[in-house]
Design a protein around this ligand. Structure first.
Ligand code: ARG
Length: 440
């Protein structure tokens, strides 16, 4: 970057910050009213399309949703022309602290030269890309060094622009598990810092308490082996039933929901039996697992876009071939099982594992969900009302209704005819503030 350009950037950034602080100081006596108008609005609850909708926003909440009748008095109008409005999108499985665009192309160089401080520097950029893509709420299910807590808090205070976040802090896993960073490294290699590695019922309970103490909204643990880590299995259970039971019991006592990473058939069932709120990945789920999830109302979160990205890009990032071979074992069968889960009428939420692929590409999973058995409306619900339900935020986000946060996106074209339009949202509002304006 040339110095003059750098200076100009710094100046414009400081002006932007100053303006925002000034606006907050001004504290207007009456909350600002904005009326958002478009050609259509998809009511995700009923599945119906409302024509000529007006969404009246006061402060950060929706006041009313009406059809026809012209602009409400005393409101600034945001005119979206021919677009279709939908609730802000929700991704229940992201990692905003990393993504492949920062890779040097050498796995070991990345592992040994990039630390949590690098992740913390990049996280706001990834948060902004996610928000610009229309994802106004995310659940971050794993980050180093409580970076997710700091990011969530900065976003909530308006210091950083990004989606609403629920955060898991460090994922919990056994020695040698999907969270144990030194698996596959020489025995004399150690990484310093906060670790989620914990073994035995007392230690896992302590780890849950520590995560809650540090700001976790949700608890994440590794029920099975994973793809992008160096253990040899991709689905073997990595905790005993007693350990999984203890994690869930402790987390629920503290009022935190639990997300379990599980690819393997048995690990999925153990996690469901332990009482987790969602199973992530679900690759090798069998008929019994589907039945158990259905009975207990456990959410099944399949990240079915990932396989395309990993198989086409990860060799170029220098990722060990053994990991890519593990991906080949799960990719196709995960999609086939996604279809079975849809047919079985399981509870399913939109979970992409963004961070495995570039942030901001979250919307690419909609078309995959439709390709593998969902209707466009089901896919949209997975990222709105269903996701909100899993997060415990059904009264706040995921619908365009009075009292809800004014989080919305607009798309060109009919999302019920072509869900792919959600890959390129044209407009984003979060909490009543336009974060991405319609381009003329
Ligand atoms: N984080 C997951 C893991 O490493 C990613 C799995 C991606 N593959 C897939 N087919 N969903 O296990």
């Amino acid at each position: 970057m040339r110095p003059a350009f750098l200076l100009a950037t710094v100046l414009s950034l400081s002006t932007a910050v100053a303006t925002r602080v000034h606006a907050a100081d001004a504290a207007p006596t009456a909350p600002a009213r904005t009326a958002v108008h478009a050609a259509h609005l998809l009511d995700v609850d009923s599945g119906r399309v409302l024509d000529d909708p007006w969404v009246l926003v006061e402060g950060d909440k929706i006041v009313s949703v009406t059809s026809g009748g012209g602009a409400p008095a005393g409101a600034a109008v945001v005119e979206l022309g021919n677009a279709t409005l939908l609730p802000g999108l929700i991704d229940v499985h992201v990692h905003l602290t990393g993504d492949p665009t920062t890779s040097t192309g050498n796995y070991y160089q990345d592992a040994l030269t990039a630390g949590p401080m690098d992740a913390a520097v990049m996280a706001p950029t990834f948060a902004k890309r996610t928000l610009d893509a229309g994802f106004t709420t995310v659940r971050n299910v794993g980050a180093p060094e409580y970076i997710d807590v700091a990011l969530r808090n900065a976003i909530n205070r308006g210091l950083v622009e990004g989606p609403r976040m629920l955060v898991a802090t460090v994922p919990i896993g056994s020695t040698g598990s999907h969270v144990d960073e030194t698996t596959g490294f020489a025995p004399n290699i150690e990484f310093h810092g906060v670790t989620g590695v914990a073994n035995g019922v007392d230690a896992v309970r302590e780890r849950v308490r520590e995560n809650v103490k540090r700001g976790a909204d949700v608890i994440k643990f590794m029920a099975s082996a994973g793809v992008l880590s160096n253990e040899t299995s991709v689905g073997a259970p990595q905790y005993s039933q007693a350990e999984m039971d203890a994690i869930v019991d402790e987390a629920h006592r503290w009022g935190r929901k639990v997300a379990a990473h599980a690819h393997g058939t048995e690990a999925i069932k153990m996690a469901i039996r332990a009482g987790v709120d969602s199973v992530e990945h679900c690759s090798f789920i069998d008929a019994e697992g589907l039945k158990m999830a259905k009975q207990r109302g456990t959410y099944l979160d399949f990240d079915i876009y990932n396989d395309d990205y990993i198989l086409s890009e990860y060799a170029k990032l220098g990722v060990p071939q053994a990991q890519i071979e593990k991906e080949k074992l799960v990719g196709r069968v995960q999609r086939e099982n996604f279809r079975k889960a849809v047919q079985a009428g399981e509870k399913m939420a939109f979970a992409t594992d963004a961070g495995v692929y570039p942030h901001g590409w979250n919307g690419k999973q909609f078309a995959k969900e439709v390709e593998w058995g969902m209707t466009p409306l089901q896919a949209i619900r997975s990222a709105t009302i269903n996701a909100a339900d899993l997060l415990g935020w059904s009264d706040k986000v995921g619908s365009l209704k009075p009292g809800y946060y004014a989080d919305m996106v607009a798309v060109d074209g009919d999302p019920l005819a072509d869900v792919g339009v959600l890959e390129h949202v044209a407009f984003v509002m979060k909490g009543g503030r336009v974060v991405r304006a319609l381009q003329p």
